[in-house]
Design a protein around this ligand. Structure first.
Ligand code: PPE
Length: 304
């Protein structure tokens, strides 16, 4: 990972190497923390953060869900992210990682009273599932691990603890020689990837599950808007794994993963075994939007 110069911690800019926490950090032991993943793209007019407001709001909503009292407003956190990018003087695309967690000072499960810490890091980060993956698609395996059920975790929160499950699913897929995991919900319907939402295309119709068992993905929402613009019919309904085997196209969406085509699931080749036509149309439009080449979506960008 490429180091940057500064990290924002509780209102101060700290040198990258000094952005440290104590070993008795509450979140390290009990897992109550929330984070965001936001991208900034190097456009013709400089670095611009994509959908900063939506990401920052989701961060505060996540905190609300898991009872973390954040002493900052949306506006203050947006300003901090913008200042951080300016100060770091980045030369290419950036990934921004705000995290709110419980710090040092109190142990025991009862978390009320533990200090709430807010920090934002950012670094230059390329394609999450590889440039080759973006272009030609990735190989995916249905996970043996069920996506966190709504009966026991808070899936609308981008909570640190939710990611143990995703991490194990990712590991299992990688270990088996695949690039990503597709997780099913507790009823066996497609939920999401380890860090992405999921789409298929059948007979020209774009299908994605409701967010019952996935994060409310900002990229997924953007893709749904793109589909409307392109006149592509959309269905939000449950998908089974065998329906994925016989679909024409499939892809993942996420801030990190962007629009990553899926060329294979469980050794079944999907469509033509490469990036599908509709996937490419959506992907091209997505990159036009994030790189400020589409005036209609210019408000989704905050130039630093
Ligand atoms: N589901 C999960 C479980 C998830 O983590 C993400 C984002 C999404 C869906 C897509 O959400 P959105 O980014 O709003 O479109 N995953 C982040 C974490 C990646 C990481 O490895 O860290 C991301 O894409 O930034």
């Amino acid at each position: 990972m490429d180091k940057a110069k500064y990290i924002w911690m509780n209102g101060e800019f700290v040198d990258w190497d000094n952005a440290k926490v104590h070993i008795l950090t509450h979140t390290l032991h009990y897992g109550n923390g929330v984070f965001e993943g936001t991208r900034a793209y190097m456009t013709q007019k400089g670095l611009a953060i994509f959908r900063l407001r939506e990401h920052t709001k989701r961060l505060l909503n996540s905190a609300k869900i898991v009872k973390l009292e954040v002493p900052y407003t949306v506006e203050e956190l947006e300003k901090a992210q913008l200042e951080l990018l300016r100060k770091n003087d980045f030369k290419s695309n950036v990934y921004i990682r705000p995290i709110i967690f419980l710090g040092y000072g109190k142990m025991g499960l009862y978390h009320i009273g533990a200090p709430v810490e807010t920090s934002i890091a950012a670094w230059e980060w390329g394609a999450y599932l590889g440039d080759e993956g973006l272009e030609n698609g990735i190989r995916v395996k249905t996970s043996s691990i069920t996506r966190n059920p709504v009966t026991s975790t808070f899936g609308k929160a981008k909570a640190v603890a939710n990611y143990l499950n995703s991490q194990m699913a990712k590991f299992e897929a990688m270990e088996a020689g695949y690039e990503e995991a597709l997780m099913l919900d507790s009823e066996g319907f497609v939920a999401e990837g380890s860090g992405e939402c999921f789409f298929i295309v059948r007979d020209g119709v774009l299908i994605t599950p409701p967010n019952d068992n996935s994060l409310e993905s900002i990229t997924q929402a953007t893709v749904l808007e793109i589909a409307k613009d392109l006149g592509i019919e959309v269905q939000r309904r449950r998908i089974t794994r065998d329906e994925v085997y016989i679909c024409d196209e499939a892809f993942f969406t996420g801030t990190a993963a962007e629009i990553t085509p899926i060329k294979e699931l469980d050794a079944r080749v999907i469509g033509n075994g490469s990036r599908g036509e509709i996937t490419k149309l959506i992907q091209d439009k997505y990159f036009d939007i994030v790189y400020a080449r589409d005036e209609k979506y210019i408000d989704y960008l905050t130039f630093i």
